[in-house]
Design a protein around this ligand. Structure first.
Ligand code: TRP
Length: 418
């Protein structure tokens, strides 16, 4: 859950939903979570727990000498690509913690709050500075292997973030734009939905659930035989989706109330939320609390991205944990600099990840689990109290047919074959 809930839910989901017109896109998104996300998460957990290895080692162990190991390599490439720009946005959030701390939003108008975002966006030095801080924190946690302490913190911070989003949505639903916001969230505009929207919904589902690059293989390798893969998956998928949907119920009523375009792009939450914070009683503390909790959620996701790459170098190349963390983390920091300099580059890295790398990775993992593994290898991993025969049959059907076919169709469209 720490890996899944992050900027994907609170930053990316609202702005993508805004660009694709709201309600219809949300339904499409939930469809992708159920048809592709859930079966795939079970598959990743299964591969990880079965082998107790990093993604490269896992495919090598299950099918030695076969090209399937490429799936693991691809995951490492994806981890680099995603973390490089994820950390830039994580840096924005840290900058907003600082801005909240020095009370920058109080009494500001809509234009002034937008200007704060724009002035950050055109200031590469500032963004590189916060990118460095964000990567530093991520590296220290991964290289010290202190995720135990983080896990304990996560159990408090995650429910707090959730509670704060509920409070904020109640507030947002009382502002003047609530009716238009709700209409946007609840009345589907199907005309905005085409193959591109389907691809975006799928990319967003994979991104938000941390799927398609081996994060959940790596985390699955840390799971014990006693944990229930299926109920864990449902718990994570439901919690992750709920956080995203709630974020939408905060952002859109506010956007309509303050006259902001829901399709405003990656700056959406940074431009809408502070205006509300400026007007709320106790807004100083709400702003500070919100951005601190969001930083925390972002860090628990970024460590999972760095962990995937590190696990390979630790397990397979004999690197020490700190060598892996510092070397890979520094390389990712450098790769992040162009995204900090230009939002366009950030957009390219994001599109590369969510439209290509993750869907390809997801397809390979689905085909591997559904077709390369034997029926017995698959069901071995479930204990009798994990799943009923019916659920197992449903999952096998989804992972063998529905998930790969959906991914192939979407991908063929992406490369303009139809
Ligand atoms: N899911 C995280 C979020 O929503 C980001 C993330 C972590 C991720 N690990 C991942 C995305 C692996 C894709 C793949 O913020």
């Amino acid at each position: 859950m720490g890996s899944a809930v992050g900027l994907g839910n609170v930053w990316r989901y609202p702005y993508i939903t805004g660009q694709y017109g709201g309600a219809a896109f949300i339904l499409l998104y939930i469809g992708c979570v159920l048809a592709v996300g859930v079966p795939l998460m079970i598959a990743e957990f299964l591969i990880g727990r079965k082998t107790q290895l990093n993604p490269v080692g896992a495919f090598r162990k299950l099918r030695p000498g076969s090209p399937w190991v490429v799936t693991g390599w691809l995951g490492i490439v994806s981890a680099f690509t995603i973390l490089s720009y994820y950390a830039v946005v994580g840096g924005w959030v840290l900058h907003y913690v600082y801005l909240s701390l020095i009370n920058s939003f109080a009494g500001k108008s809509t234009e002034q709050v937008t200007d704060i975002f724009i002035s950050m966006n055109v200031n590469p030095d500032l963004q590189i500075f916060w990118l460095a801080i964000f990567m530093f924190v991520t590296i220290v946690i991964v290289s010290k292997g202190v995720s135990g302490g983080l896990e304990a913190g996560n159990k408090i911070m995650m429910p707090l973030l959730f509670a704060l989003l509920i409070v904020l949505s109640i507030y947002a639903l009382q502002t003047s734009g609530a009716a238009s916001g709700l209409e946007f969230l609840l009345r589907p505009q199907w005309q905005k939905i085409g193959p591109t929207a389907v691809l975006e919904a799928l990319g967003q589902a994979l991104f938000s659930l941390s799927l398609g690059m081996g994060t959940m293989i790596t985390y699955g390798s840390y799971l014990s035989r006693r944990s229930n893969l299926v109920s864990s998956t449902f718990f994570i998928a439901a919690g992750d989706t709920l956080v995203a949907v709630l974020a939408g119920f905060v952002v859109f009523p506010l956007a309509f109330s303050f006259g902001l375009e829901p399709g405003a792009g990656p700056g959406l939450i940074f431009r809408t939320l502070p205006i509300a914070f400026a007007q709320l009683p106790g807004g100083y503390w709400v702003a500070l609390g919100f951005f601190i909790l969001l930083s925390f959620a972002a860090i628990t996701s970024s460590i999972s991205l760095l962990e995937v790459a590190s696990a390979y170098f630790i397990d397979e190349q004999g690197w020490s944990r700190s060598r892996a963390g510092w070397t890979l983390g520094s390389a990712i920091f450098l790769l992040g600099i162009p995204s900090a300099i230009g939002e366009q580059f950030l957009g390219v890295m994001d599109a590369l990840s969510t439209n290509y790398l993750l869907p390809i990775g997801a397809l390979l993992i689905a085909v591997f689990t559904g077709w390369a593994l034997t029926h017995n290898e698959r069901i071995d991993e479930f204990s009798a109290n994990d799943v009923t025969a019916v659920r197992l049959a449903v999952w096998s059907f989804l992972i063998r047919f529905v998930t790969p076919v959906a991914l192939i169709l979407i991908f063929l469209h992406q490369v303009r074959l139809f």
